[in-house]
Design a protein around this ligand. Structure first.
Ligand code: ZN
Length: 239
């Protein structure tokens, strides 16, 4: 798989049809629930395409080696997943393989549900191997960035990693300052994994992408870190 490296390019066009086929099969993408018929695409534009593009971005090679990430103090449950995987010798040296396996192992089926709206405060939901996608493709970032296809593919990638990690990390808790909102008590949670994944993506690509995409990456990571009650010493959230 190749990188969806820049917001302004159609580099997804260079991802092979085989690769896209593998990704949609692993995620059990239910095209019909999205109101779409399974199809090939270049630059992602529809909701189902953005989910696939996000999964491809999430597992793009070049994000560093698994051993590097383990050495750098990953969230403990994620580290256990990576270690188990290393022991199984199932992949190469790039942590992107681990990200893809996390997605593929945790998400068995993927469908659209219009009841998940931005007003509900959630973009996606996950339970028992099923990923439910709402209106995340309609992202209209407060910072004024227009949500181009690649920007939302990056957002999808980070949300996909968050949701898939629910299969391996402790669940959310009510936030201390607003019990109606969900947080993680420590970095060992879905927000920690999301911040961790964004750091690996930013480390690899922040100087290869447009300023808009870079800012989106920082913004997504900032919001993930805001939802971790205690992230002292956690590098993705500023140490
Ligand atoms: Zn969550």
């Amino acid at each position: 798989m190749l990188a969806l490296a820049d917001a302004d390019s159609d580099s997804l066009a260079y991802v092979s049809a085989d690769c896209r086929e593998i990704v949609q099969t692993r995620l059990g993408l239910d095209w019909a629930s999205f109101g779409e018929i399974a199809h090939q695409f270049k630059a992602p534009a529809t909701r189902a395409e953005l989910v696939l593009a996000g999964a491809i971005v999430a597992s793009t090679p070049g994000l560093g080696s698994e051993t590097e990430w383990l050495a750098a103090d990953a969230p403990p449950s994620l580290a256990a997943f990576l270690r188990g995987d290393l022991a199984g010798e199932r992949r190469g040296d790039d942590v992107a393989h681990a990200w893809f396996d996390l997605l593929g192992e945790m998400i068995v089926s993927t469908r659209y549900d219009p009841w998940i709206t931005r007003d509900s405060g959630a973009w996606m939901a996950y339970g028992d191997g099923t990923l439910v996608v709402g209106d995340v493709g309609d992202a209209d970032w407060e910072e004024g960035g227009s949500a181009t296809d690649a920007l939302t593919a990056l957002a999808h990638a980070s949300f996909l990693m968050h949701e898939a990690s629910h299969g391996v990390v402790p669940g959310h808790v009510p936030c201390e300052d607003d019990p109606d909102v969900t947080c993680d008590a420590t970095v060992d949670g879905a927000y920690g994994v999301q911040a961790w994944w964004l750091t690996s993506w930013l480390t690899a690509y922040e100087w290869d992408v447009s300023e808009e995409t870079r800012i989106l990456g920082y913004t997504l990571r900032y919001y993930a870190c805001e939802r971790i009650e205690d992230h002292d010493g956690f590098e993705p959230c500023g140490g």
